[in-house]
Design a binder for this molecule. Sequence first.
Ligand SMILES: [Zn+2]
Length: 468
Amino acid sequence: MSIRPGIAFGACALLFSAAAALSHELPAAGQDPLAAQAKADQAKAAAASRILFEDVRIFDGVSSELSPPSSVLVQGNIIRKVSRDKIPADGARVINGGGRTLMPGLIDMHWHSMFVGVPVAAAMTQDVGYLNIVAGTEARKTLMRGFTTVRDLGGAVFSLKQAVDQGVIPGPRIYPSGAMISVTSGHGDFRSMQDLPRAQGVPASRHDIAGDSAIADSPDEVRLRTREQLMHGATQIKLTAGGGVSSPHSPLDVVTFTEPEVRAAVEAATNWGTYVAVHAYTPAAIQQAIKAGVLCIEHGSLMDEETAQMMGKAGIWLSTQPFPDALADAFPKGSDQWEKAQEVFAGTDRTYQLAIKYKLKTAFGTDILFSSALAEQQGKILASLTRWYTPAQTLIMATGTNAQLLKLSGLRNPYRGELGVLREGALADLLLVDGDPLQDISLIGDPDKNFLLIMKDGVIFKDKAAAP
Ligand SMILES: [Zn+2]
């Protein structure tokens, strides 16, 4: 066979010029040309779509009563019109709600997309490709439970978010933190003693490199790791300010970062237009975080009166969870982690009492880890808030109130528009519920049966409205 150098050279030249063109147009984070095209296509299709809900009673995410029978017109990804009078269909697809409830999609403010579907051992050892595929499956299930938005508080979630936002796979809107930032030995340090010591500035482990958690042991390292997450597109920064349940080396009572270290993260995040949330159970860890400028406390399960008062005065958010006892079963009974879970869960009631007493700005999340079966309980866990709140207060927390906390991301918010409310101009994330969840909150616990229609960003992902 003869060699034809001309063609070979031509092909090479083509390759080179293609490579040159590509490298010339190398996208910045979040500006992938494929994503841009997909987004443009979606926007075009969505803008043309008009969906009219008739005869629905509205829970709007703010008010504790359902509206009288109403009509809601969705155009593209926006709720265009809400009216008690009939809205002309004008070619829109008409969905007769039959007097059922139309409400905003639910929001989970403490979620770990990358860890929800795998046992703890798999999360620590499996390849990132496998973990992403499992997370993709879980993302679809999350959306099918009516959770149209999650705030992700730790994990290498940026690729998953990109795939969901491009429409590659169904899933909720994701507000990513990226790696949760911890100190050596803190909550999020899953290394073994064989991994010690490390030099400053060097990634600690494969978790560091994968972007699940990041170890930082000085203000400079905290700044660096914070900025790395922001570069990836983090909408907020997550630090672990005290000991935790699932991590092997951190006792519950310890304060992990120093105040200057937390402040370094707060400065970097604030300069970037966003905020820091910290994992903290104890008064000492919470109080130090507040002094350093943190705006949101995750869990707060062991807090006291003084700390609650301080949070109330400073207007600090409490993002806490009614942990189901089954969550402790992710750990071997009698193990260190299991013991720690018992201690933290015992504080849940007191924390909600304090939140109510001091009128804390309180957000709802579940923090489900390492169990797909438990994740199926996401709606039931939300409904369990009625131990402390009315059904209306519960649903307002998981929609309109949670959305207020999302706004702390400022211009780093990846989804322009209002979430968590059903009103004209808001983003069209909607659930059609077969019944009145303000009367019967348990409806939320069985989304498969009771959510007849699930819409996110104007796109219908579940449609049983015609044949309930
Ligand atoms: Zn968490």
